[in-house]
Design a binder for this molecule. Structure first.
Ligand SMILES: C[S@@+](CC[C@H](N)C(=O)[O-])C[C@H]1O[C@@H](n2cnc3c(N)ncnc32)[C@H](O)[C@@H]1O
Ligand SMILES: [Zn+2]
Length: 266
């Protein structure tokens, strides 16, 4: 039987499918791009409570894992002195905001492609911007990417075997090391996370990603409350001390977002 019917060949169908798939992927990117503006607005309505102020005159912010949108909104509302956003993969959105923000915003906004673990590059940026210790460090939906330990994926899936490319691995989160390092970058660390261990984390790179489980949250918050001043903002506002941990964990069973801040006790 002929593969050609009225000028249609298997090759031309395959070509059309590939073009449709590309169009679909572009549409998905566009949708994600529009969602980010409304999502950021929703999320900032929680995050902003962690500033505990009406204005941020003269203050500096370091946004780790920036998409660019939150710094713009923060600049518009709070007018801090400067916001530096870093991301290991800087979005096109951040690049266009950087080009045009000066039309609307007094705050200086700078974005850099940089992995927070790349000490040399990060120090170069902070030297250049003369911002070694920011007033606020923001980690919005980025903390769960800062996993650096051994693979713990087998705890979640007994069938897990580490592949050579580690694409299915999940590294352990080392709260002691990470928070110590982050608190070197700023006075108040604001963390916002959406989490659902049952859902896959789309922008996970090797074992660096995967939402925190309730047990991980318990371990992280216990460590923070013992060592630092830790104030929960969302689901409800209170200072977490050791007695408060159970109350927080109980709350975390009911909702999927958490926002808190951490400071060194002077
Ligand atoms: C879920 S997105 C969050 C984007 C943005 N903060 C927001 O709230 O919409 C996490 C971002 O963290 C970035 N990221 C992950 N690990 C990183 C690292 N080690 N250093 C810098 N950026 C990182 C990713 O590239 C990604 O853009
Ligand atoms: Zn593994």
């Amino acid at each position: 039987m002929s593969e050609e019917k009225e000028g249609v060949t298997i090759e031309s169908l395959a070509g059309a499918c590939a073009r449709f798939q590309e169009k679909l992927e572009n549409c998905e990117d566009d949708l994600a791009f529009t969602d980010i503006w409304t999502e950021s607005l929703n999320e900032l309505s929680e995050i902003e409570k962690a500033f505990e102020t009406e204005k941020l005159d003269g203050k500096t912010i370091l946004d780790i894992g920036t998409y660019g949108v939150k710094p713009l909104y923060i600049a518009l509302k709070y007018e801090p002195y400067k916001i530096i956003g870093i991301d290991e993969e800087l979005s096109s959105c951040a690049k266009s905001i950087e080009m045009n923000y000066k039309l609307f915003v007094k705050t200086e906004i700078k974005f850099y492609p940089c992995n927070v673990f790349n000490d040399e590059k990060l120090n170069e940026i902070l030297d250049k911007e003369n911002q070694h210790k920011s007033d606020f460090v923001l980690l919005s939906k980025t903390l769960h990417h800062l996993r650096t330990g051994e693979c713990i994926a087998r705890k979640r899936d007994p069938e897990h075997t580490c592949q050579e490319d580690e694409s299915t691995c999940i590294y352990k989160f080392d709260e002691q090391e990470i928070f110590n390092c982050l608190l070197g970058l700023g006075k108040r660390l604001i963390v916002y996370e959406w989490y659902d261990p049952g859902k896959s984390d789309n922008d996970k790179v090797r074992g660096r990603g995967g939402y925190f489980t309730p047990m991980e949250w318990e371990r992280i918050l216990r460590h923070l409350s013992e060592k630092y001043r830790t104030v929960l903002i969302q689901p409800s506002k209170f200072s977490i001390n050791e007695e408060g941990i159970e109350k927080v964990i109980e709350k975390l069973r009911q909702i999927e977002t958490i926002c808190f801040y951490v400071e060194k006790v002077e």
